[in-house]
Design a protein. Sequence first.
Length: 246
Amino acid sequence: MHVRPRLLIASAVLAALPAVLTACSGHPDHPAAPTRSASPSPSGSESPTATAPATPASSAPAPTPSPTVTSAAASPAAPAKTPTAPPAPATRLSLTAAARGGALHLVRGGPAQEFTVTVQNGNSQAYRHLLVAFQMEPLTGEPGDLPGPAAPFVLERRDPATGAWHAVDLRIATDAKPAHLYTGGTALAPDAVRTDRYRLRATATGPTGSSPLMVYAIDADAAEGGSAEFGHPGHVSLPLTTRRLV
């Protein structure tokens, strides 16, 4: 029996089979993708394309309006500060005495001689009872002087309201009288000034010689045992000479 032609035909068929399969699938390992029909779908709408849908273009944001700058109402200018003056330096009470020629020249039994005493308070303290006190040391006298029964001197103050002269105490001693032992006096405000007129005369039987007349400003409210600086806030002296008439 002759079989060669059948084997040849079978071999040819087997050899052509891979080519046919490749042509149908497009790739030996993967089946060919189904061909989309170009005919319209039953609903009449076209099939969507295989491309991805286009992303809608985002519109540019609308420009934000710039805020309107409203100028605030101009506030009234603050008043310029006046420079604060530095505090005034502390001042204290001062006392002055003045006489014609700068001294008292008395004649025993002769006329009185006037002088003034000015008290000027400082800004540190007000006084409720401030008085002016007078003192002098005893005169040594001259040969032939005999002390008489009367006081050797007479001191008076002129009342500014009436013009009358009134006797004032004149202390003759060598020691100082404490401020708290004085009484009287008048008020004196800070920076106040007071001037009084006085007159002094030597009696006919008094001693002669020279001794300063000491004038004190006395704070009658000073406490006992306190500092003399506070009890006697001011003092001054006038040269005094007493001589015989002949």
